[in-house]
Design a protein around this ligand. Structure first.
Ligand SMILES: NC(=O)c1ccc[n+]([C@@H]2O[C@H](COP(=O)([O-])OP(=O)(O)OC[C@H]3O[C@@H](n4cnc5c(N)ncnc54)[C@H](OP(=O)(O)O)[C@@H]3O)[C@@H](O)[C@H]2O)c1
Length: 300
């Protein structure tokens, strides 16, 4: 029987990207601490499964809100939906994000713009809407899921890395603006983590995915959750990622960009599809297959 944290039992946390990978693990951290949850992702069936699972495991309210944050209107709709439900969002977690591997001239412009919409515009819009309400109460917490990729340009993942550079810069500026208020903003920088991200990004045959040790989404989420609760402005998750970020700073842009390229070059070990070790991320892929009628978890 989970212990109930009475302090949080009337509080609500909204998490985008809560059905897989880091977002799913963050949802578990909040639920374990008695926060009620509003979970956002596109796939309704998977959202319901995660809702049921969290309700069975923890004594919290869980509300699924299916929303495609590639759509420009979606962030405002989501905000209006929670208003209509009469929910006060005490904690906002902007986790949903995607990337696309490949030389910039070869990726589709539609996919590039979708990624900018999701990783930047939807994150920025949700931050604006919920922050205005938090400021009126002078209380609230925001967690932005950035990336190590935001600390250096990344050839072959150029648009994604640039979106995460935005998240890092925007978050640092905003935490400074909020320093004399009751609101804290934390940006989480994970390194390469074992989720379905690489598959969605067509990045599975790269050196970084095939040949380096990936972080576990559980550890990344724990780091983010703890830093958020302490009101820290930035958390780089894991010793390896801390070292990478330190080296990027030390080497400067040209050399760190060249290193980032090596990480994203095709691996000599490329071949058979890889299955994520993380169970929730495997289910994410299965649900995509069911929706598309495919077998490899590829989105249309
Ligand atoms: N994995 C890594 O190596 C890594 C490293 C650094 C940072 N990050 C960041 O961590 C965050 C989470 O990624 P992850 O690795 O946990 O990936 P993941 O396992 O692929 O999970 C992505 C989550 O976002 C949701 N999502 C994707 N597109 C969406 C959309 N258009 N609208 C609403 N929800 C959407 C997915 O559900 P649906 O598909 O049902 O929508 C899923 O719940 C991202 O911001 C990513 O950039 C990941």
């Amino acid at each position: 029987m989970p212990t109930i944290n009475k302090h949080n039992r009337n509080k609500y946390c909204l998490i985008t990207g809560a059905t897989s990978g880091i977002g799913f693990e963050l949802a578990k951290c909040f639920a374990a601490d008695s926060y009620n949850l509003i979970l956002v992702a596109r796939n309704k069936q998977r959202l319901q499964e995660v809702t049921d699972l969290l309700k069975q495991t923890y004594t919290v309210e869980v509300t699924p809100v299916p929303k495609d944050l590639f759509r420009p209107a979606a962030a405002r709709e989501l905000y209006e939906t929670t208003k209509e439900m009469g929910i006060t969002v005490d904690v906002l977690v902007n986790d949903a994000g995607q990337g696309e591997w490949g030389p910039f001239v070869e990726t589709s412009i539609e996919r590039d713009i979708d990624i900018i919409q999701l990783n930047i515009i939807s994150l920025l819009s949700l931050t604006k809407y919920y922050l205005e309400d938090m400021l009126q109460r002078n209380e609230g917490k925001i967690l932005q899921v950035g990336s190590e990729a935001g600390t250096t340009p990344m050839p072959l993942l150029s648009v994604y890395a640039a979106t995460k550079a935005f998240v890092l810069s925007f978050s640092a500026a905003l935490s400074n603006e909020l320093k004399d208020t009751g609101i804290t903003l934390t940006v989480l920088l994970p390194g390469a983590t074992d989720t379905d991200f690489f598959h969605k990004a067509h990045q599975e045959d790269t050196y970084v995915y095939r040949e380096t040790a990936l972080a576990s989404p559980e550890e990344v989420a724990k780091d983010g959750y703890e830093a958020l609760m302490k009101g820290e402005n930035k958390i780089i998750s894991g010793a390896k990622t801390k070292m990478h970020v330190f080296m990027n700073d030390l080497l400067g842009t040209k050399a760190s960009t060249a290193n980032a390229r090596k990480q994203n070059e095709p691996s000599e070990k490329a071949g058979e599809p890889v299955t994520p070790g993380h169970a929730a991320s495997r289910v994410e892929r299965e649900r995509i297959n069911e929706r598309t009628g495919g077998s490899d978890g590829d989105l249309p």
